[in-house]
Design a protein around this ligand. Structure first.
Ligand code: MN9
Length: 291
């Protein structure tokens, strides 16, 4: 695995204006803010970006905005997952022409596709482009339970870069990394990052990195220096913040925190409900002192 795939990757949120249109200006500001903190790259159009509530045209505009301001400067991974193979292939081709370093996809969901169908979906995408594919394993939200053997089957193919493992099954994570040490394994749940590192993760892709990437850069640094106590101290602090976010809804909460930090972020798309004044106040007073 190339070193450029290791490290801390914010799963970028999508800012909207008052009319729920994608606000590309604020997106550029968010990218610049995180680049200054020293993140290793970005995961673009994932769950955190509300990708399944964006049209294909909007996804392309988000992908293009990020590649225009960060392409060639850090590593960019485009999530192209859709439940339709045709649409995912089209997004993957665009990612390639925009200069992305890799593509990623969640398994196609909702219709309970057979594993053979899911396998064909991934191979149809990788056969259409030259970019490596990062499997996005997120059983809690996708409802698709890929087994360790299913995922190892993908990883044994050269075109697969690795796996973004959003699951607390760290036995599985360890098995991926042990079987394929040269592949990249990303931790998915930010609140368990240190656990992921200790079981072999090369880095992490996460939503809370949008506004507190420095904490996760530091956790990784301390872990690599063998300062486990110090790493856990920072993880604990991050987790107090994540608990407050989970209470109000992670994406809505993260957007409110970024607004507080000066970004004109706007709401999450409906049917996500906006935070009440009370929720916002409670969240901000819990989070800000810890940033
Ligand atoms: O990319 C993120 N998953 C989702 C991973 O947002 C669905 C995580 O960063 C979580 O948001 C975070 C809070 O549970 O760990």
């Amino acid at each position: 695995m190339e070193d450029k795939f290791k490290g801390i990757f914010p799963a970028l949120l999508t800012p909207f204006d008052k009319n729920y249109h994608v606000n590309t200006q604020v997106l550029r500001e968010l990218v610049a803010y995180n680049r200054k903190k020293g993140v290793d790259g970005f995961y673009v159009c994932g769950s955190t970006a509300e990708a399944f509530m964006l049209t294909s045209k909007e996804r392309l505009s988000v992908m293009e905005t990020v590649s225009n301001c960060a392409g060639g400067k850090c590593t960019l991974i485009a999530h192209v997952g859709c439940i339709s193979t045709t649409e995912a292939v089209a997004l993957a081709r665009e990612a390639q022409s925009m200069g992305y370093d890799a593509i990623s996809s969640v398994a196609p969901f909702y219709y309970k596709f057979s594993f053979e169908e899911i396998k064909k979906y991934y191979f149809d995408i990788v056969n259409a482009v030259e970019l490596p594919m990062l499997i996005y394993n997120f059983p809690a939200c996708s409802g698709v339970n890929l087994t360790v053997d299913n995922i190892k089957g993908f990883l044994s193919d050269d075109r697969f870069l690795g796996v973004k493992h959003t699951s607390s099954d760290y036995f599985a994570l360890e098995q991926f990394k042990t079987a394929f040490p040269q592949k990249v394994v990303y931790n998915g749940y930010d609140e368990m990052f240190l656990a992921g590192l200790s079981m072999g993760a090369d880095g992490a892709i996460g939503s809370t990195f949008n506004f507190m990437a420095e904490k996760f850069i530091e956790i990784r640094k301390r872990f690599l220096e063998n300062d486990m106590e110090g790493a856990l101290w920072i993880q604990r602090e991050a987790n107090v913040i994540i608990q407050a976010l989970c209470k109000v809804g992670v994406m809505q909460g993260e957007k409110a925190v970024l607004e507080e930090l000066g970004f004109d972020f706007g709401p999450a798309r409906k049917p996500f409900a906006p935070l009440s004044g009370e929720q916002r106040k409670e969240l901000i007073s819990a989070v800000l002192p810890l940033l």
